[in-house]
Structures are given as structure tokens and as C-alpha cells.
Design a protein. Structure first.
Length: 107
């Protein structure tokens, strides 16, 4: 396996592992406006932070572990996806834990 796919593979595994959590509660993927409202502002803030750090030479990425696809301001594709995937996985986890705790309190 080429090392350059590792970052994307890890992000894919994060999504795959948390996907079954959608079965609990009202669901995250079934509420796209709420997901966008929760993820987009934070992702945007951190992408700006990354772009500034990259431009200043403070932050870099090991080219061996990324595909080489860069978006504007030299931000790697994987980093953009990271700021979407990880908060999405956190929302899935939070939603599932909240639903399970609510069900256990009703008993």
C-alpha cells in the first residue's frame, strides 16, 4: 500500500466505525442543516488557521502521507476532509451516547 493514502484511509475508517451510530436517536445524517451549522463554522475557522500557518511556514505536511492534492492557500485535501470528518464522527458519537442515556433514564 502506498503511504500517500494513509491519511484518507484513516478518515474513511473513522467514518466507517462511527456510521452504525446513526441508528441511535434522531440521526445525524438525517439532519443535514444541523450538521452543516455545527461543522461549517468550526471547519472554516481551522482552515483559515491552517492556511495562515502554512503561509507563514509554521505548519507543514509530510508529502509521503498525503495525496498531493491541494486546495487554495496550499491546504491539502486531507486536511479539509479532516475538519469535516472528525467533527461529524464526534456528532455521531454524541448523538448516540445522548440517545442511549435518555433511554436508560426512562427505564
Amino acid at each position: 500500500m502506498s503511504e500517500r493514502w494513509q491519511y484518507l484511509i484513516v478518515l474513511g475508517l473513522c467514518l466507517a466505525i462511527t456510521a452504525p451510530l446513526e441508528a441511535f436517536g434522531p440521526g445525524v445524517y438525517r439532519q443535514p442543516r444541523r450538521v452543516i451549522g455545527a461543522v461549517a463554522p468550526v471547519a472554516l475557522a481551522f482552515l483559515i488557521w491552517d492556511a495562515v500557518a502554512i503561509a507563514a511556514g509554521v505548519w507543514t505536511y509530510n508529502r509521503a502521507y498525503i495525496t498531493g492534492i491541494h486546495l487554495p492557500f496550499a491546504v491539502p485535501l486531507e486536511e479539509v476532509l479532516f475538519f469535516v470528518v472528525i467533527p461529524l464522527c464526534a456528532l455521531l458519537t454524541y448523538n448516540a451516547v445522548t440517545a442511549i442515556l435518555e433511554r436508560s433514564r426512562r427505564r
